[in-house]
Design a protein around this ligand. Structure first.
Ligand code: HEC
Length: 171
């Protein structure tokens, strides 16, 4: 009988352990952003001032503005405004069609991962080895764009897409 009790206790303990493991996996569910330069973790953190959209992205890698702006040009203007505010226009042109920097509205991507919002965010936030500077305020300086501002820019860029094929970012 003693043996039976020990088995029950052991079972209970292992069940508790399993629940604990499940909870901790959920809590650490995160969009693991990596540098376009070298693949190392970007280390962008959720902060108190983050919008719900920014928090959602940092947890899931899904940019809520992309779908929200797809059929709402008036809302998408919020992203276009930021694109101008941070002078992205100087290299990419007023409508992101390309100038000294590449077009961001055609189907030619500098890096294959730019068909995902996560990949495009990584290049804007952390820069590239091919001429894109590091823009995220946590990685450069506080005057630069926040997570939410970069997400709005991406949402607008997606709404301006003029290339062919399907649009994987809307899936
Ligand atoms: C000084 C010029 C310059 C400025 C300013 C600039 N970029 Fe870029 N950008 C580049 C260059 C050059 C590349 C190509 C990088 C590479 O191939 O590694 C690029 C690449 C990109 C790409 C990938 C394009 C593609 O077709 O795959 C995105 C997205 C982008 N920039 C967004 C932005 C945003 C948003 C801003 C403003 C916050 C900005 N850029 C400001 C020069 C610039």
């Amino acid at each position: 009988m003693l043996g039976n009790k020990a088995v029950k206790v052991a079972l209970l303990i292992s069940m508790l352990g399993f629940v604990g493991l499940t909870l901790s996996t959920q809590a650490s569910a995160a969009c693991n952003l990596v540098s376009t330069k070298d693949g190392s973790p970007l280390g962008i953190k959720e902060v108190d001032t983050d919008t719900p959209q920014a928090k959602e992205f940092l947890e899931t890698c899904i940019n809520p503005y992309t779908k929200a702006f797809a059929n709402d040009p008036a809302a998408a203007k919020a992203g276009k405004k930021k694109f101008g505010l941070y002078s992205c226009t100087q290299c990419h042109g007023p409508n992101a069609g390309g100038q000294v920097g590449p077009s961001i509205t055609d189907e030619r991507w500098q890096y294959a991962k730019h068909v995902t919002d996560k990949g495009m965010f990584e290049t804007i936030a952390g820069g590239s080895n091919g001429g894109m500077m590091t823009w995220h305020q946590q990685l450069s300086n506080p005057d630069n764009p926040s997570t939410d501002e970069i997400l709005k820019i991406i949402g607008w860029l997606r709404s301006e897409y003029k290339g062919g094929g399907d649009k994987p970012w809307l899936k």
